[in-house]
Design a binder for this molecule. Structure first.
Ligand code: ZN
Length: 302
């Protein structure tokens, strides 16, 4: 397991990887259908950290462990073990993710809070674990923070036969959203561990949510501020650093691709040339950097 670490004032952020892969993009059905390998290769700063020689996108599924003087929290809980999924890359995983946490001194009981940027398959998996045939909260002492808007959206979509916003029942199953909700979200609600919050809530001193809708309606990014320093965890506001250079490339999995583009444009213009460290939720190493201008738009400096 690769891990990286950053210091933001008195806060420490550590990356724990569950899965990494590279795959050909630029096809319908892929994460970024507009990111054709020949177009990706035109963005030269992406190679070799974020793309392969072929112009394929490298991606990472990881959790970010945030330790502050007040709280120990995990941002996004990856895909999890033992879960039945249509998506083969997430089906019935058996990784050593929890051992990696424990090796860092993060036992399950030591976690105070869990934040999910949104409620997709690769962000809520370790919310629960399988014990004696039942899905139980992995972090029994933690409060799990869900944006209420996000939770309500999925709840309504799953209750409605035809889905909402064009999400057909078939799409919901194909993307595993129904199963994800039942095995990784509902058990947390049933256990009474959820704090439903607004998309701009302050969840702990120096830790707040920033609404970044588009990928999902209640999607949030996480703002960390300590001793005059600031970092932002992107969530899936952007899946890959290529979207810093090409913010118009939206994901095929965005519920509202035009809104997600708008969100990226606003974010980039707000934080360009600022000392804010941007930590990517699916970026491969070096994972974090600063938004700067270049000849054609924006890039990540790292
Ligand atoms: Zn994701």
């Amino acid at each position: 397991m690769i891990k990286e670490r950053w210091q933001i004032g008195a806060f420490t952020v550590t990356k724990v990887v569950e899965l990494e892969r590279s795959s050909e993009n630029g096809r319908p059905g892929s994460t970024l259908p507009d990111a054709r390998p020949d177009l990706v290769k035109e963005i030269d700063w992406l190679h070799p950290h974020f793309v392969t020689d072929e112009g394929w996108l490298k991606t990472s599924i990881h959790a970010l462990l945030v330790e502050t003087p007040d709280i120990r929290l995990i941002v996004d809980t990856c895909a999890g073990n033992d879960k039945d999924r249509h998506l083969p890359q997430f089906n019935r995983l058996s990784t050593t993710f929890l051992d990696s946490l424990a090796n860092l001194g993060w036992t399950r009981e030591s976690v105070d809070a869990v934040l999910c940027t949104h409620l997709h398959v690769d962000h809520v998996g370790w919310n629960t674990m399988l014990v004696d045939g039942e899905w139980v909260p992995t972090f029994p002492r933690a409060r799990y923070f869900f944006a209420e808007e996000e939770y309500r959206y999925w709840l309504a979509s799953l209750e409605c036969e035809a889905g909402l916003d064009g999400l057909t029942a078939e799409t919901l199953d194909l993307m595993d959203n129904r199963a994800v909700f039942l095995d990784s979200v509902k058990p947390i609600v049933d256990a009474g561990l959820v704090a439903m919050v607004e998309t701009d809530a302050v969840v702990a001193p120096g830790v707040s949510l920033m609404p970044t809708p588009g990928h999902t309606p209640g999607h949030v990014s996480i703002v960390l501020e300590s001793e005059g320093e600031r970092a932002i965890i992107t969530g899936d506001m952007m899946h890959h650093p290529c979207q810093i250079a090409r913010p118009q490339w939206s994901s095929g999995f965005d519920s509202h691709p035009h809104i997600s583009e708008e969100t990226r444009q606003t974010f980039l213009s707000q934080f360009v040339d600022s000392p804010t460290l941007v930590i990517g939720t699916h970026f491969t190493s070096p994972t974090a950097g600063w938004i700067v201008r270049d000849d054609t738009g924006y890039r990540l400096k790292f």
